[in-house]
Design a protein around this ligand. Sequence first.
Ligand code: SAH
Ligand code: SF4
Length: 355
Amino acid sequence: MKNILDLTRQELEEEIAPKFRAKQIYQWVYQKGARSFDVMSNLPKAMREDLAQKYSIATPQILNVEVSKDGSKKYLLGLEDGHTIESVLLPMKKEQRDEKGNIIKEARYTVCVSSQVGCKVGCAFCLTAKGGFVRNLTPGEIVGQVLAIKEDNKIPANRRVNIVYMGMGEPLDNLDNVAKAIKIFSDENGLSISPRRQTISTSGLAPKIKKLGEMNLGVLLAISLHAVDDALRQKLMPINKAYNIESIINAVKEFPIDQRKRVMFEYLVIKDVNDDLKSAKKLVKLLHGIKAKVNLIYFNPYPGSPFQRPSEEDVKRFQKYLLDHGILCTVRESKGLDISAACGQLKEKSNACSI
Ligand code: SAH
Ligand code: SF4
């Protein structure tokens, strides 16, 4: 049976008649949280029965949740074929109430989604890489992560969240399905999440960055840079042999980006590997002429990991150098440190438990 979450509204319109029913189905599934066709009271009964014969509305199954002190929640989700993936709910802003206790501003959330089971890229610091690559996620499996998490947290179906493609997998290695998920998320009859609220994070597949740009979807781009010279980057991220730093920077320079927005460069700070001021200096040079924002991430160690967490002092010094040289730079204290929230870490734990 086909999962209806796999279909963009245009695709659904091609499969059913009359076309306008696709909008209604979208509204039911994404705005009213319907999980069966039976409840879609403005569709003719015969149509509801017909739809139920052909399609499922299948979201991944929640197998495990870990809640961090900072409020982020890490989910281990089961897919229909038994494989597991991870997604994280990150509270960004708390709700605000007036003195009478009425909500004046809703809470804001970001959901970090996976795009593949495993990953082919094989970065030395990443736990997801250890399990190798299994398969691409379908558009519905990407979209379903957000539906399952919203439901579990009683976030109303029609409330917008931000999306970051920073979970397991390399989104640009599954570009067709990720592009469909972007469209499904942004459909105004569905979740209505503007592409400007969706960030694709990539290890730097230069030709695919170009292709994504040509698709003109309007999404934001984050580059997992992590190193400023090719020799070191190659050691950390073998993909750098195929697409070196220069090729990535060139692809970024051509990428269409909203005038008000910036390309994000993620820099995983690893103790005694890339936490020195010489690297900071090189980074400033590299980003010359790009509307960039740097996000420094503390490396989050795991049992047996070959690297160590950097000192706060070194990270702050690195940040100060960038700021002093006119580069916007934030530090991300690995959210959910106590629940091992970097990609792949919950899955790995659950595997260890089942042995
Ligand atoms: N494959 C894509 C997106 C998923 S990886 C990419 O690499 O950009 C998501 C993020 O998790 C990456 O920025 C990566 O640097 C980070 N990450 C991986 N292992 C980590 C660890 N041990 N500690 C902290 N961040 C980690
Ligand atoms: Fe894949 Fe990203 Fe992990 Fe590298 S950091 S192995 S690209 S998921």
